[in-house]
Design a protein around this ligand. Structure first.
Ligand code: HEC
Length: 180
């Protein structure tokens, strides 16, 4: 009759980890660190997103910006401009932080120097043009890109009707300008 000895020694020897309080604490700390590591990644993404360029203007802000433009732009037909921008969409994005396609992202173009988008592979001709995208320059560009900048790689034929360019420029201005 001697079963008492093996029974008494079993808990101490066969489960050393779970029976040791320090081991259990270390295990918990390790698990919570792993959990923190996982939850930090999405937080980081959010922080980066808030540092992105300003959001698209509200309708009220767009109306105010349109009213600041000279005629004939201030009374331009924005719906027509929106329909015309379809011609640009195959090569350009227009939203804050939009990707470069065949052409560069056009958010914030008005008021910027030509070829200002970092990371886009512009032609030497556009880089050397010294242009700033104001309304008059944009009008010449859209009428005939190669007429304005010989050697540009924007292979768009040009928008010949002045009233079409007015509508498109007004649409571009209110939809790609950040809050100021
Ligand atoms: C077939 C593709 C294509 C189409 C269509 C196109 N673009 Fe472009 N666009 C480009 C390329 C490529 C460049 C860069 C030109 C260069 O580097 O010489 C460019 C450059 C520009 C720039 C100068 C941007 C800067 O950062 O200086 C503006 C403004 C622009 N395009 C507006 C338009 C508008 C508005 C339309 C629609 C009417 C349009 N583009 C249609 C390909 C296109």
């Amino acid at each position: 009759m001697s079963p008492a000895r093996p029974l008494a020694s079993r808990p101490l020897t066969s489960h050393p980890l779970t029976s040791h309080p320090l081991a259990a604490i270390l295990l918990l700390v390790g698990l919570s660190l792993a959990a923190c590591g996982k939850s930090e990644a999405p937080d980081g993404d959010v922080a980066e997103a808030t540092e992105a360029p300003a959001a698209v203007l509200t309708d009220v802000q767009k109306a105010a910006l349109l009213a600041e433009m000279p005629e004939p732009y201030r009374s331009a037909d924005l719906a027509k401009g929106e329909a015309l921008y379809a011609m640009c969409r195959s090569c350009h994005t227009f939203v804050p932080g939009g990707t470069n396609l065949t052409g560069p992202n056009l958010w914030g173009t008005f008021g910027a120097k030509a070829a200002h988008v970092a990371g886009f592979n512009y032609s030497d001709a556009l880089k050397a043009s010294g242009l700033t995208w104001d309304i008059a320059t944009m009008d010449k560009w859209l009428e005939n890109p190669r007429g304005l900048v010989e050697g540009t790689k924007m292979s768009y034929i040009g928008m010949k009707k002045p009233e079409d360019r007015v509508a498109l420029i007004a649409w571009l201005k209110v939809n790609t300008s950040p809050e100021n």
